[in-house]
Write a protein that binds this ligand. Sequence first.
Ligand SMILES: NC(=O)C1=CN([C@@H]2O[C@H](COP(=O)(O)OP(=O)(O)OC[C@H]3O[C@@H](n4cnc5c(N)ncnc54)[C@H](O)[C@@H]3O)[C@@H](O)[C@H]2O)C=CC1
Ligand code: BAL
Length: 502
Amino acid sequence: MSDLLTREEYGAIAKGLTLPVNAFIDGSFRPARSGATFETVNPATGAKLADVAACDTKDVDFAVEKARDAFEDGRWSRLHPSARKDVLIRLCKLLTRNAHELAVMESLDSGKTIYDCETVDIPETIHCLKWHAELIDKIYDQVSPASDDHIAMVLREPVGVVGLVLPWNFPLLMLAWKIGPALAAGCSVVVKPAEETPLTALRLAELAHEAGVPAGVLNIVTGDGPGVGEPLGRHPDVDMVSFTGSTETGRRFLHYSADSNLKEVVLEMGGKNPCVVLDDAENLDSVAAHVVNGAFWNMGENCSASSRLIVHASVKDDLLARVEAHAREWITGDPLDPQVRVGALVSRAHFDKVCSYLDEVQKGRVVIGGTHSGGAFVDPTVVEISGNDARLAREEIFGPVLSVITVTSTEEAISIANDTPYGLAASVFSANGKRAIRAARAIKAGTVTVNSFGEGDITTPFGGYKHSGFGGRDNGIHAHDQYTQLKTIWIDLSDDSDDQIG
Ligand SMILES: NC(=O)C1=CN([C@@H]2O[C@H](COP(=O)(O)OP(=O)(O)OC[C@H]3O[C@@H](n4cnc5c(N)ncnc54)[C@H](O)[C@@H]3O)[C@@H](O)[C@H]2O)C=CC1
Ligand code: BAL
């Protein structure tokens, strides 16, 4: 983990940054073929940071062609796994050496707090890449239990050319969640960062090249969804797409695949995640700290954010008093100030979306917040609502807004927790282990934490049920499955095998 610097030191790093502005294809930075650019803006100040290459179909075609060449000639895909490991570990060392610079770049581009960038985003990015690098030369293929006359090998092979379409809420970390297993497995990748936050992906690609990732293996194509994401999704020579973002856009990738080459699609999408506090929950101060962290970490711009607190009536008042006290400690303001816990929302458009929910907040009992400032900042907001039908309870806000729903039984709590089209994450608080585990099993979500808020760690699969996920999981050894496919090699050992085929 990086040591935190002072506001002045972060300011000095920001002033000295050289921002990458061109796409990274086939081992070098290149402007869009059309010459077009788009602005990337610091959402905390509204100031332009850079004009970045606005790529389109021609750039995507070029990047996929180079990725295909690299994959087929084996410069990466057929290296010994331990050789790929060594290169990725070198990349991790370069990322560590440049951690402060990357943290500041991420904070400027996204509005995330420097505190989170330094303590979560950058160290977790490095940890994720290192974990997959260390894994890749320790996975064995299988031999099936065939007869004495046969040997049947079940091999995992890299899937090929992979398209990775990323969100803006954890720009570098979501890149790592996907390139970590994809590159370790031997795939070539074409990455499309979110147009709000293209900078750190470009810088990482430069460092990866320095570490020894061969040209064509890691390509970053900047631009918007229709210009870059759609041609990547529709490309006939992309074997697989892994996407993180909204359910609406995720659904499009299934259409793109069906309309093109039936590429595999893995989707990690939205959530309306319940935090269930049962009547026997103990240490309500600790519960409140988890509730506040779950709701307001990363400004609530988190697919697994706890956005619904479903609490038993007998503990509600006590809990909410403590939630309010903890929420007051989450200072909103300048993202480069290491004391600040709530930074800027990612863009003016997203700020406007979140503010549209603040009008709804005024219809409930506001416990804290409901306020905003500066065209980018929304204060941590807790509001009591009745039932699970309001927009506040049903729609993914992706901002620091927590809706509180009171229940009078565990059955009602579980029923409301599951009354959503989403199923990404949940948390359950109870002093009784059996009740907590039964509740965790009853909630339809990909990750359920007991007596804490979290997403597990790199060793555990992450992804959703229902409208939150499709086709696979990020993280853990399970992520390796996304980027590989199974091949059976069936060998006949019988004496007359010369005449037999299969
Ligand atoms: N699950 C998650 O982690 C995320 C959820 N969201 C949710 O989505 C809402 C909207 O945010 P957006 O940034 O608009 O999400 P989005 O899902 O549209 O964007 C994610 C990625 O998909 C790309 N994309 C957009 N339209 C596309 C298209 N037609 N074809 C191919 N690629 C396309 C974007 O350029 C970006 O790289 C947020 O308010 C939030 O509720 C947003 C980001 C991350
Ligand atoms: N929290 C990691 C996944 C996401 O928010 O997109």
